[in-house]
Design a protein around this ligand. Sequence first.
Ligand code: MG
Ligand code: MG
Length: 238
Amino acid sequence: MAASGAVLAECLDLLEAAVAPGVTTLELDQMAEEFIRSRDGVPSFKGYHGFPGSICPSVNEEVVHAIPGPYALADGDIISIDCGVTLDGWVSDSARTIAVGQVSQVATDLMDATRRSLAAGISQARPGNRTGDIGAAVQDVVERAGFSVVRTLVGHGVGRSMHEEPQVPNFGQPGTGVRLEEGVVIAIEPMVTEKDPEVVLGGDGWVVSTRDMGLAAHFEHTVAITASGPRILTRVST
Ligand code: MG
Ligand code: MG
C-alpha cells in the first residue's frame, strides 16, 4: 500500500504543478492516467460505479466527485483533485485542494483550515483510539476557523478495495465509534465548506456541490495505523 501511495503522491505533485489558468480538468485527468499507467498502476476511479475519469476535479462550490471535462481553470478558482491508484491490487486514495493563480483570502483560509483539520485527524489515528477521536479532532479545527464540516460524506477504510469498513466521519465525539487496530488502513478526508455544510447532487448524477454555492475544500490521505503511530502512505517521503 505504501508503494501504491507513493505513486499517488507523485501523481498529485505532478498535477499540482500543472494547475494554472487555462488548463482544462480533462487535461489534468489525462495527465494523471498517463502517469499512473507509466508506473504500472491502474487509476482506481476509472470505471468505479461507471465513473469516466481517473481524477475527480471539483472546482469552487463543487465538493467532490466532479467529472473531468472541458472546463478551463480560471485565475481565482480553487480545485480539489481527488485521485486513487491501484498497484499490485492495493488501493490508495488522496486529495488536495489547489489554488489557481491568485485566490481570495477566504479561499486561502478555507484551504488552510482543511489542511490543518486533516493533520489533526491523522494525529488521532492510533491503535486503541476510535473513529470518533478522528472526527472530533477534524471538526474542532474546522469549526474554530469558522467553517463547516460536510456530514453526509465520510472517510473510509481502504485496502484491496477503495471503500472498506470502517466509516470515518469528519465529526463526532471523542471515545465513540469504531476502535482502531494496528494494521488497519484508513482514508481520512475532511470535506469543508465556507458556509453551510449542506450539499446537493448535480444533474450528471456525480458531482456534489454546496447547496448555498459557498466554496468547498477537500484534503485526504491514506493512513496506516501502526504501533508507532499514524503512517501517511500518500506522501512522497513516508
Ligand atoms: Mg479520495
Ligand atoms: Mg476517499
